[in-house]
Design a protein around this ligand. Structure first.
Ligand code: GLU
Length: 321
């Protein structure tokens, strides 16, 4: 049976862009008769807030996006909070150590920022690491370890990475794309790349549908799948909602949070209908429930274009009854 998930990071409230991804991943599983899971990506516990998790779950319920596994539901493949899954990451890290693909990195934040202006970085994680610490001798490592606790990096392979994206189509990334990346930070936190790969694999996820900003993280995750001996899921990256400045939706774009729309009197059918319309699933904007969209869902219909959100749309979403 197919298994998909929505995996919010509870450091910020759910906005229309996140809701679009939640809707599409929910529809993909509901149309396929699969399992839909919610996983809370609170690996960065400092930046995560339990009350935001509650709001996200409440927003999902309000939108009519129910889940079969996750907080408050079946917990067969849980726990569903990354902060409770550290043993799995530790175990995976030690298996990666055995492959010889990890090395300690002693670069300071300032040194890393100095390469931040370099081109071809990951849209999600900045400039590619230039490999400074990759070739350190054991003696150099010992000498640096006396001054700084290292992070651990995974060495990317030497082959191009190819995969077929469910919306973006065939993808080829050059060898080492994005550079060697951190799997455990110097402060001991496991990285997003490691946690998401281990979770999707151990939770039996067959279909990952997420925002297009993570398309270029996929080669990294595919290399982790291979190094850990896991079978990778099908990856699909949906276009983003952008602010009028052409940048990814964020707080600076004003109050686009689902919680705020609810408070302002918006109806879930208006939000769902509008998200379906801008995703290309329906031809004109009309209020609809998520359930009503199941028969018209197909990945082929999902628009490949990022969508610029003009502020007037918010008034429309609020006034439409
Ligand atoms: N937690 C990530 C986010 O909220 C999503 C990760 C993923 O879907 O792979 O952006």
């Amino acid at each position: 049976m197919r298994r998909g998930r929505f995996a919010p990071t509870p450091s910020g409230h759910m906005h229309l862009g996140n809701a679009k991804i939640a809707l599409l991943s929910w529809l993909e599983m509901r149309a396929a008769g699969g399992i839909f899971m919610i996983r809370i990506e609170d690996i960065d516990i400092q930046r995560s807030r339990p009350e935001i998790t509650e709001c996200i779950l409440e927003d999902l319920r309000w939108l009519g996006l129910d889940w079969d596994e996750g907080p408050g539901a079946d917990d067969d493949s849980g726990p569903y909070w990354q902060s409770q899954r550290l043993d799995y990451y530790k175990e995976a890290l030690s298996r990666l150590q055995d492959t010889g693909r990890l090395y300690p990195c002693y670069c300071s934040r300032a040194e890393l920022l100095a390469v931040a202006g370099a081109p071809h970085g990951l849209s999600s994680e900045g400039a590619p690491y230039p490999g400074t610490c990759r070739g350190l001798s054991p003696a150099e490592q010992t000498e640096r370890a006396a001054r700084k606790t290292p992070s651990l990096r995974f060495a990317m392979g030497t082959e191009p990475v190819r995969f077929h994206d469910g919306i973006a189509g065939p993808q080829t990334f050059p060898p080492g794309s994005g550079g060697d990346f951190v799997v455990r930070r110097a402060d001991g936190l496991y990285s997003y790349q490691l946690a998401v790969t281990v979770d999707d694999a151990l939770m039996g996820i067959t279909d990952v549908l997420r925002g297009g900003d993570l398309l270029d993280s996929t080669p990294r995750q595919l290399e982790l799948y291979a190094a850990l001996g896991f079978k990778p899921p099908a990856f699909t990256h949906a276009p983003l909602l952008l602010g009028e400045d052409g940048r990814r939706l964020a707080k600076r774009h004003g109050d686009l949070g689902i919680t705020s729309l609810r408070a302002a009197g918006s109806k879930p059918e208006a939000v769902i209908g509008w998200l379906a319309y801008i995703s290309g699933l329906i031809d004109r904007f009309e209020p609809l429930t998520a359930q009503e969209l199941i028969p018209c869902f197909s990945l082929d219909r999902v628009s490949k274009q990022n969508f610029i959100l003009h502020p007037e749309i918010l008034n429309q979403l609020i006034s439409l009854q």
